[in-house]
Design a protein around this ligand. Structure first.
Ligand SMILES: NC(=O)c1ccc[n+]([C@@H]2O[C@H](COP(=O)([O-])OP(=O)(O)OC[C@H]3O[C@@H](n4cnc5c(N)ncnc54)[C@H](O)[C@@H]3O)[C@@H](O)[C@H]2O)c1
Length: 333
């Protein structure tokens, strides 16, 4: 049985990926490395306690001594570890540099030294910046606008350089906005669901006109699995599900799922540097990774609303007034 190292597996996508692999790949054993920092939640993997195919190691990838040690004998590595809350990156960018740039740098160095067979680095559509019409492909220039996306872009460039200079077998996946179970209540869709379940309005930054392309998290997890099996070292693959819509349109779909007109939408002030539209062309992933999304946006939203309704004990401790604030970038984090 081979070891698959996952960094950042206590977070939203990493934990969904771990569940996906445990359920679908009996040939792999998971080692989950996480600093237990912001975005992490041990409850995301509580079902795996005692599972012989799962092990947790607490540690910070910004610490090179730790990172080098933990990658000894690593075969395959998937890096999710990052500071991801864009609003917080505006208020306090330094931890973003430490995890997203220095941490990724340490992983590339250690993976090269330890001669891993394959590394998948998880990146984001936000590295391309905003686009008014058309869609970015993998050759589009990087043009980040927030401290979060700038540190993610720095990691992507290092990954490419480590592949060219040191032949590190690294693959970059740039994905659009994920949603689904276990996403922190600070993010748009869980915040909207929880506020509605609490009888509060759903806040829309700057009128809710910003356009995002939404993907159900399990579809992204299957794309990562395909990248491990079929991805070519040094290549970038965009991952999107073609569910492009304004935040207001997503909120309206949620209102339907949540039971209709008693749920209200409210416009709030826009956050600084808010990108207007993200859009990816993911034809390359369809062709070369043989990957296609399975879930429609409405099926994904229905499964997500059901999960938050059924898992109140999961989100209740996280859903503080500050986290559910309509203007979180004004808070101190
Ligand atoms: N959520 C999205 O919509 C989305 C979209 C595209 C790409 N991504 C990327 O996917 C990855 C996962 O995102 P997420 O939404 O699951 O994030 P998350 O915030 O839910 O989880 C991130 C995890 O990384 C861990 N971590 C952070 N810094 C660390 C460090 N220095 N050492 C060890 N662990 C550390 C945290 O403790 C947390 O458990 C990120 O790289 C993000 O940039 C996310």
């Amino acid at each position: 049985m081979e070891d698959l190292i996952v960094t950042g597996g206590l977070g939203f996508i990493g934990s969904n990926f771990i569940h996906h692999i445990i359920d679908s790949r009996r040939d792999l054993r998971i080692i989950n490395i996480d600093s237990k920092g912001s975005g992490s939640n041990p409850a995301n993997v509580r079902e795996l306690r005692g599972n012989p195919r799962y092990r947790f190691v607490k540690g910070d990838i910004a610490d090179y001594t730790f990172t080098r040690k933990v990658l000894k004998n690593a075969h395959v590595l998937v890096n999710f570890a990052a500071q991801t809350h864009v609003d917080r990156s505006i208020a306090n960018p330094e931890p973003f540099f430490e995890s997203n740039a220095r941490g990724a740098f340490n992983l590339f160095r250690a993976a090269q030294e330890r001669k891993v067979d394959k590394m998948v680095h998880i990146s984001t559509d936000e590295v391309y910046g905003s686009i008014n019409s058309g869609s970015f492909d993998e050759e589009s220039p990087l043009n980040p606008s927030s401290p979060y996306s700038a540190t993610k872009a720095a990691a992507d460039l290092m990954a490419q350089a480590w592949n060219i200079t040191y032949k590190l077998p690294v693959i970059i996946l740039r994905c659009t906005n994920n949603f689904g179970p276990r996403q922190h209540p600070e993010k748009f869709i869980p915040k909207a669901i929880i506020r509605a379940l609490n009888g509060n309005e759903i806040p829309l930054y700057g009128g809710g006109t910003q356009v995002r392309d939404w993907i159900y998290v399990d579809d992204f997890c299957s794309a990562i699995g395909q990248a491990i099996d079929r991805g070519v070292a040094g290549q970038v693959y965009n991952i999107s599900a073609g569910n492009e819509m304004s935040n207001r349109a997503v909120a309206a779909r949620l209102v339907k799922q949540l039971g209709g007109p008693t749920v209200r939408l409210v416009d709030v002030e826009d956050r600084p540097g808010h990108d207007f539209r993200y859009s990816l062309n993911s034809e390359k992933a369809h062709q070369r990774l043989s990957w296609k999304p399975r879930y429609s946006i409405d099926d994904g939203l229905a499964m997500t609303v059901k999960w938050y309704r059924e898992n109140i004990s999961w989100w209740k401790p996280l859903a503080t007034e500050k986290v559910l604030s309509g203007t979180p970038w004004k808070e101190r984090w």
